[in-house]
Every structure is written in structure tokens, then in C-alpha cells.
Design a protein around this ligand. Structure first.
Ligand code: HEM
Ligand code: HEM
Length: 180
């Protein structure tokens, strides 16, 4: 039975799986672009980053579908309505930025003049949906970069809010999202 005083278990599990995968994709993206010089190693990290990105898209789609299907927990009475609405808006912004970031990354590699297939599980690859165009690909790279920075900022705020709820306000916000 689902417990209306917590987030549904499926959403809690997908939240933390998604959080770990997104934070790892950030670390991978940053390291492969800025820290790794060896071309072979760089190539492997790029391929892993792209596959992980598409996996996160699938996880996010599943999570969004569940969010529409399952009820959120009962509101915490000590949190003002306007704050609750603010948190809800922030969650929508996080979803939109995550999906836009992934689509920009995918469109960037699809329009590259050296399009390399994105590996998917079980030997499948993602099809290249767009014609190669270096100028468009370069713009999409900039968009991916800006969207990554915007999502990092949004997540910093999101995580800071969770920490504040737990340690300063001492309310149940974080506990309701506990994975187990
Ligand atoms: C790693 C540190 C993180 C912490 C401590 C954290 C904490 C939380 C908490 C406590 C909630 C419940 C908020 C509420 O009831 O108003 C929540 C919800 C949410 N979080 Fe996080 N979160 C983290 C990472 C992420 C990441 C990486 C994302 C990715 C975009 C994310 C997206 C969301 C969304 C969209 C919700 C709304 C519920 C849902 O649709 O799953 N969080 N988070
Ligand atoms: C949530 C998922 C993703 C996150 C968090 C993410 C994050 C990042 C970050 C932080 C960088 C480094 C940016 C920089 O320092 O300039 C990067 C670069 C890159 N990402 Fe992603 N990314 C994601 C999904 C994707 C996807 C789905 C693809 C393609 C299928 C992709 C392709 C790339 C490529 C090719 C680069 C290198 C761009 C360059 O050479 O400057 N990313 N990503």
C-alpha cells in the first residue's frame, strides 16, 4: 500500500537513481572536456557520457509519467502555500532543464560532421535524426554548455533548500523523499 504521507516508493527510487546518474553525467562531462588529454580515453568518456545522457532521458520520462499517475504526499502544514508553490515551480524547471540539456546534447552530436552513433544497451544505437551541419552543431554545443550551467545552478538551489528544510527548519521534507 502506498503511504500518502511520503512520496510513492517508485518516485523515491527514481529520484535518487536519477540524481546519482545526473551528478555522474556532470562529473563525466566536465572531466572529459577539461581534465582528460589522452585521445583514446577522451573518446571512451565521450561515448559513455552520451549513452548515460540518453539513459537519463528514459529515467526522466518514466519518472514524469509516474508523477502524473501517482499522488504527491500530503502538504507539510508548517510550510507556507507560496513556498510550496515555489518548490513545485522549481521542480518543473528542473525537469525542463534536464530534458532540454539532453535534447541539445543529442542534437549536437547528430548534426556533427563526424556523427558517431550513441551506444544504447543490448547493442542498439540511437539513430542520427538530423543532417550534418557544423555551424548548427557548434550552436547546440553552446546551448548544451549554457543549459548544463543553468541546471547546475538550479540543482545547487534545490540541494541547499533540502538541507535547509532538514537542518534549519527541521521539517519532514527530506525524510518524505528517503529512498527506503
Ligand atoms: C543530490 C541531492 C538531492 C537532494 C538532497 C534532493 C532532495 C529532494 C527532496 C527533499 C525533494 C522533495 C521536495 C518536496 O517535497 O518539495 C526532492 C524532489 C525533487 N527533486 Fe531532488 N534532490 C537532489 C537531487 C536532485 C536531482 C539531481 C534532480 C534532477 C533534476 C532532482 C529533481 C527533483 C524533482 C523534479 C523533485 C520533485 C519530485 C519528483 O518529481 O521526483 N533532485 N528532491
Ligand atoms: C543530464 C544529462 C547530461 C548532463 C548533466 C551533461 C553535462 C555535460 C557537461 C557538464 C559537459 C561539459 C561542458 C563544458 O565544460 O563545456 C558536457 C559536454 C558534452 N556533452 Fe553532455 N550532458 C548530458 C547529456 C548529454 C547527451 C544526451 C549527449 C549526447 C547524446 C551529450 C553530449 C555531450 C558532448 C558531445 C559534450 C562535449 C562538448 C564539447 O566538446 O565541448 N551530453 N555535458
Amino acid at each position: 500500500m502506498s503511504d500518502p504521507s511520503r512520496w510513492p516508493r517508485s518516485i523515491r527510487l527514481l529520484h535518487w537513481l536519477g540524481a546519482a546518474a545526473i551528478l555522474f553525467a556532470f562529473a563525466l562531462g566536465f572531466a572529459m572536456v577539461n581534465l582528460v588529454d589522452d585521445p583514446g580515453e577522451r573518446f571512451e568518456l565521450y561515448q559513455a557520457h552520451k549513452s548515460l545522457g540518453l539513459l537519463i532521458l528514459a529515467l526522466t520520462a518514466a519518472r514524469l509519467a509516474l508523477r502524473f499517475a501517482r499522488a504527491a504526499p500530503k502538504p507539510i502544514v508548517t510550510i507556507a502555500n507560496w513556498r510550496r508553490r515555489g518548490a513545485g515551480t522549481m521542480h518543473i524547471v528542473l525537469y525542463v532543464l534536464t530534458i532540454a540539456l539532453i535534447l541539445a546534447g543529442y542534437a549536437m552530436v547528430s548534426t556533427s560532421t563526424l556523427p558517431l552513433p550513441v551506444a544504447l544497451p543490448f547493442g542498439f544505437t540511437a539513430p542520427n535524426l538530423f543532417a550534418p551541419d557544423e555551424a548548427v552543431s557548434e550552436r547546440l554545443k553552446q546551448a548544451h554548455h549554457v543549459l548544463a550551467a543553468a541546471l547546475a545552478l538550479g540543482l545547487a538551489g534545490h540541494i541547499a533548500a533540502a538541507i535547509k528544510h532538514h537542518f534549519v527548519d527541521r521539517d519532514e521534507t527530506l525524510r518524505l523523499m528517503k529512498p527506503f
